[in-house]
Design a protein around this ligand. Structure first.
Ligand code: ADP
Ligand code: ASP
Ligand code: MG
Length: 440
């Protein structure tokens, strides 16, 4: 029997024994499905704190944090299972995993051990949930993501490998069972444990859905769908019932935390609808993302922090060809993607979100002209109807933001978005002003 849907539940949705139990009615319909789980909320953050402490030589503090996390998981086991037998197995399971974490931290610590520690959150949540289903007599199998999910040397999903291996894993599973698997975690091109970056369980769900050609990919979270602005900074945001793949991809890429930045693409390429749902309000229809596009002047706003702006000024650019190629080649050499670009007669400005190689990039760019850098910048992305043939689509945006310095403007690159660069210190105010002027 083919897999009909993928259901991904995020950190809050598995964040307590009560929340895990509340998932059971959501996953026990007749459809054959893969259930992708994140780590319990807070766990990945704690694991990252632990590995940061180990790196900085604070082993005692790291051990204390490991113990505190172990205690938390013993309490989860007590609240999750009814029978003594399952409680006992659960406590033994927690002890064996935390014994392993402790062991990893004793050895010489490298990026390989670090990633293995970060993977523990999803390994714990999926096993705990699988045992809960077993205790309730619901048929389920645990399909280890580390047996099929893999990224290549460029950190892109290795689709050929994933498809071969997930199909092999599925052949092992009884056709009536619910298949549970870990989001976020994978192996890399060297076979080591790795991950799909923060928030990566959405991406896992979308990759699995694409490979298995399911009918729908469902992302279950703690809010009823995609809102028209970031609810963490703006009050009275409203849910958008329908989004196109392109619109959702731009919003996710430009900071809407509800979706991992790369997670729309596998669904878009395979034309598989993505539905965003709220585990706390399962009857709410949420948001449906498809290839359908319903045009609206303004649909939603998102913001992406951690941006650096780079400005290159050069007299040599005047009337020259080939200058931009030389600039872009430098970024390519350091595998650093560029987000926004604007050019003038005498210079080019661009933005990056990965500043790992910024110093080297600047040194190379200085061969071409004068370079200056501005850090702590934010890209604001406004999604709506920005087709180049229409008139009058942007005045409300500039009116809304007339008290905020705009550092760069990108228009015409996409028919559904306009992006602006501002100082991060102005972000909250900019998002609030845009909501007031565009949506109220
Ligand atoms: P999960 O753990 O389920 O993956 P996340 O915390 O990653 O959940 O994503 C859901 C959160 O994304 C929401 O609680 C909300 O605060 C935040 N968010 C940011 N922008 C938006 C948006 N445009 N629409 C909905 N939620 C958003
Ligand atoms: N647990 C991972 C994180 O916190 C992945 C996810 O939740 O999607 O980033
Ligand atoms: Mg998330």
């Amino acid at each position: 029997m083919n897999i009909v849907k993928v259901m991904k539940f995020g950190g809050t949705s598995v964040g307590s024994p009560e929340r895990m139990k509340a998932l059971i009615p959501l996953i026990t319909d007749a459809d054959r499905k893969v259930v992708v789980l994140s780590a319990m909320s807070g766990t990945t953050n704690s694991l990252i704190e632990i590995t940061d402490l180990i790196y900085s030589g604070n082993i005692n503090e790291a051990s204390d944090k490991i113990e505190a996390l172990r205690e938390k998981y013993h309490r989860v086991v007590d609240g999750l299972y009814d029978t003594d037998a399952f409680k006992m197995t659960g406590h033994e399971f927690i002890n064996s995993h935390f014994g392993y974490i402790n062991n990893l931290t004793l050895r010489s610590f490298t990026r390989i051990q670090e990633k293995a520690v970060h993977a523990e959150g999803e390994l714990l949540s999926t096993s705990l949930f699988h045992h809960l289903l077993q205790e309730r007599g619901i048929k389920s199998v645990l399909m280890p993501a580390l047996n099929y999910m893999r990224i290549d040397k460029d950190s892109e999903p290795d689709y050929y490998y994933i498809e071969e291996n997930i199909r092999r894993e599925l052949r092992k599973a009884d056709s009536k069972s619910i298949i549970i698997t870990q989001g976020f975690i994978c192996r890399n091109a060297y076979g080591e444990i790795d991950n799909l970056k923060r928030g990566g369980s959405d991406y896992s769900a979308s990759i699995i859905g694409a490979v298995l050609k399911v009918k729908e990919i469902q992302i279950w979270t703690d809010i009823s769908g995609f809102h028209n602005n970031d609810p963490r900074y703006v009050e009275n945001t409203k849910v958008i019932r329908e989004l196109s793949f392109d619109e959702a991809a731009e919003l996710a890429y430009f900071g809407a935390k509800i979706l991992h930045p790369s997670s729309v693409n596998p669904a878009r390429v395979n034309n598989i609808p993505v539905r965003l749902k709220n585990t706390m309000e399962p009857e709410d229809e949420g948001t449906l993302i498809t290839s359908n596009s319903v045009l609206l002047d303004y649909k939603a706003v998102a913001a992406k922090d951690g941006i650096s702006a780079i400005r290159i000024r050069s007299a040599r650019m005047l009337m020259a060809y080939g200058f931009l190629r030389k600039v872009f080649e430098i970024f390519e050499a350091y595998k650093t993607p560029i987000d926004m670009v604007t050019t003038s007669e005498v210079g080019v400005s661009l933005t990056i979100d990965n500043s790992q190689y910024l110093d080297q990039i600047v040194t190379d760019l200085r061969e071409l002209g004068a370079v200056d850098i501005e850090r702590e910048q934010t890209i604001i992305c406004i999604v709506g109807d920005f087709r180049t043939e229409r008139t009058g689509s942007a005045p409300e945006i500039f009116e809304a933001l007339n008290t905020i310095p705009l550092k760069m403007i990108s228009y015409g690159g996409s028919p559904n978005s306009l992006s602006l660069l501002i100082d991060t210190c102005n972000k909250t105010r900019a998002l609030q002003l845009l909501s007031k002027h565009l949506f109220e």
